[in-house]
Each structure stands twice: as C-alpha cells, then as structure tokens.
Ligand binder design. Structure first.
Ligand code: GUN
Length: 291
C-alpha cells in the first residue's frame, strides 16, 4: 500500500517556490504579496488563514490579513475588494469562505479582479478552466491533481468516482479529471447527496475522491481491492484524548488502507496541498502583475 504523503509533497512544492522567489528577490524584484480577507471569528477559518500567512512567509512572500467584523455590510466589503483590485502591491488575494449569511458569496466572488483571484473561484476563471485555457485552478482540486501526478497514479480510462459536488472541490475536479490533460482522461462520476446506490458505483471505481465533509463516510465494504482513495475531507470528531477531539477524513482510513493500492491520510494528505497550490497560484499572479 502506498501512503500518498501530502505533507511531504507540499513541503517539496514550497521549496520549489521558495527557490524561485529567492532568485527573483536576489535580482532586485520585490517579493510576491498574498492577502487574505477574513470576516468574523469562525475558528476553522481563523486557523486556515493563519496557516496561509505562516506558509506565505516560509516561501519568502509578504502577506497581510484583513480581519473584519461579521457585522460588516456587503457594500463595505465590496469597497475593500475594490481597493485591493486597484492596489498594485497586492498580487493575489482570497476572501475566506463561508461569509456571514447577510453577504452574498457569489456577489463578492464576482467583484474580485480575475487576475488576482488566486482561489480560482471567479466565473471567468472557472470558465477558462472548463475551456482548458490557462488560469488559476482552485487550490484543492489543483492539489489533488498534483498528488496524482507526483505519485504517478494512472487516470487514463479509469473509473473515477468523486463524492461531493461543492464549488470548491468536487465540481471543478470532475471537470479537470475528465479533460484531455495530465491526471485527466478518466471516466468521471460525480456523486452527491441525491445519488442512489452509491455502493454500486463505489465498488466499480478505480479511484475514489471523497469531498463531502462527513466523517468516516466511505467504508471498506464500499471499495474494491486495489482502489486508490484520495480524501479531501477534514472533520473533527470527539474522542477520549487530552484535547477531546481528533481529525478524520471522509474515508475510514484504517480499514480501507488494508484494501487500497494507495490512499491519502487525514491529516497530512490533501490538506497541506491546498495552501501549497494557493502559493503556486500567487506566484503566477505576481509574474503576471510584474510583466
Ligand atoms: N474555505 C474553505 N476552503 C477555502 C478555500 O480554498 N478558499 C477560500 N477562500 N475559502 C475556503
């Protein structure tokens, strides 16, 4: 069984980025700058954004955080986005989701300058992705593609089952893996909460990607011998440890790893890849901004 080590792969990618940034700054260029907007106090979002700041600094980027009260109006948030769009010193930025319910996520995403949309969520960038044109790929699907490539997992002609149709993971990944491209050429099934007879589908799948946010949803009796499982879920469940909880994926790692050809752990699988790919997108935005 091959353990697909996202922690190590993400560290390799950060090293590659750091080396590139070193050359640029040694040649007198300024460092790339990534900004994050966080609205409210959601602990998971805080942890995520803080991690982004830490990893940005590790690769030699400058980074900033705009932390706003969850009482901010949609109009005020749109004003801040407008100023980031105009600020030449900001190469890329992300608006951490989810936003409070009085703010329309889609309206905010539409206001982001597509050239600074390092999350790849703007419809223009999603459209480019569907057309197979160069763009910013959403970071989690991009990270999954990178793991598949770096671990030489064959996807051509394979049955791929993606469970979960979110805009952030499942939907874009289903498009990428069905395209004629590296880590593509697969026959993709996109399953979701209304899918019937999921077990029939999962037993036929050569590669299963879970991205639904339900702890230990995929069980060993739902997969065939030799399956590849990539788990994009990260869920906290109560346990008897000192801190009172542990992180688990959407797949039952312990049981499935006895049947699988390759599998990602949680934590340490897809999670670390997301930020690494966000940094890669930011480097791309920076180069475009300077040119
Ligand atoms: N919330 C959970 N994942 C993400 C992400 O990749 N980007 C943003 N902006 N928000 C998120």
């Amino acid at each position: 069984m091959i353990l697909i080590d996202g922690k190590k792969t993400a560290a390799d990618i950060r090293d590659e980025i750091r080396r590139e940034v070193e050359v640029l700054t040694e040649n007198g260029q300024r460092a790339p700058h990534l900004t994050a907007i966080l609205v409210g106090e959601d602990p998971a979002s805080w942890a995520y954004v803080k991690n982004k700041e830490r990893q940005s600094k590790k690769v030699g980027f400058t980074s900033s955080l705009i932390h706003l009260s969850d009482h901010i109006s949609e109009a005020e948030l749109l004003n801040i986005i407008d100023s980031l769009n105009k600020d030449k010193s900001v190469d890329g930025y992300i608006v951490q989701l989810p936003l409070p319910s009085h703010i329309d996520d889609q309206k905010i995403i539409m206001a982001i300058n597509p050239d600074k949309d390092v999350d790849g969520f703007h419809p223009l960038n999603l459209g480019k992705m569907i057309a197979g044109l160069p763009t910013f790929l959403p970071a989690t699907p991009y990270g999954i593609i990178e793991l598949i490539l770096r671990y030489d997992i064959e996807t051509t002609g394979k049955n791929v089952l993606i469970i979960g149709r979110s805009l952030i993971v499942g939907r874009p990944l289903s498009i990428l893996m069905s395209q004629k491209r590296p880590a593509g050429n697969a026959t993709v099934t996109l399953a979701h909460s209304k899918t019937k007879n999921l077990k029939n589908l999962s037993l036929k799948a050569d590669i299963i990607i879970t991205a639904l946010g339900q702890p230990l949803f995929l069980k060993a009796d739902m997969v065939k011998e030799g399956v590849v499982v990539i788990d994009a879920g990260i869920n906290s469940i109560d346990d008897t440890s000192k801190r009172g909880y542990r992180l688990v994926g959407d797949a039952d790692f312990d049981a499935i790893s006895k049947k699988a050809k390759a599998i990602t752990p949680v934590p340490g699988g897809v999670g670390p890849m997301t930020i690494a790919m966000l940094l890669k997108n930011t480097l791309k935005a920076y180069k475009k901004n300077l040119s």
